[in-house]
Ligand binder design. Structure first.
Ligand code: THU
Length: 158
């Protein structure tokens, strides 16, 4: 028997002033996107901004449905739109903003989708979470910090 440990690494910031101007721009884009959320059921608006290696920014917001499970999270709306319209172009950053007290982390399904694009491009994505209520920000380099022992396409090879 061998006990093992997996560590998560995060950085906390008290304000956007501590971030680069590129990161500040992405946060502002994500916050604008949150305003377009269609969230009449939860009334919890989430915005996401994806930065591609070619400099393009693609945004998304959560889109709910009267049939609740059919709705989609902001980050998956943004990531899928980015991939659908820019196939093969690597995602470098993902920003997620919401009004929760603590910066809201991506749900399990979104973590799996982030893992897919990291694996596809063999590169980790810089993930920034911001609470638009408190201004608190958390950053982590790579979905491994949210999703230990992740399942990826590599696991499909027999
Ligand atoms: N939501 C997101 O958009 N992203 C997350 O990572 C967590 C949850 C949305 C889904 C739903 O529309 C609302 O927030 C409440 O769960």
């Amino acid at each position: 028997m061998k006990k093992k440990e997996i560590k998560s690494e995060f950085t906390e910031y008290d304000s956007v002033a501590e971030l680069s101007s590129a990161e500040q721009k992405l946060i502002s884009e994500a916050e604008q996107a949150a305003a377009n959320a269609y969230a009449p059921y939860s009334e919890f608006k989430v915005g996401a901004a994806v930065l591609l290696e070619n400099g393009k920014i693609i945004c998304g917001s959560n889109q709910e449905n009267s049939s609740y499970p059919v709705g989609m999270c902001a980050e998956r709306v943004a990531l899928f739109a980015a991939s659908a319209n820019n196939p093969g172009i690597r995602v470098t950053h993902l920003v997620i903003t919401s009004s929760s007290q603590n910066p809201a982390a991506p749900c399990g399904a979104c973590r799996q989708v982030i893992a897919e694009y990291e694996t596809l491009h063999n590169h980790s994505i810089s993930i920034l979470l911001k609470s638009s209520t408190t201004g608190k920000i958390i950053s982590a380099n790579g979905v491994k910090n949210f999703l230990p022992l992740m399942f990826t396409r590599k696991d499909l090879s027999r």
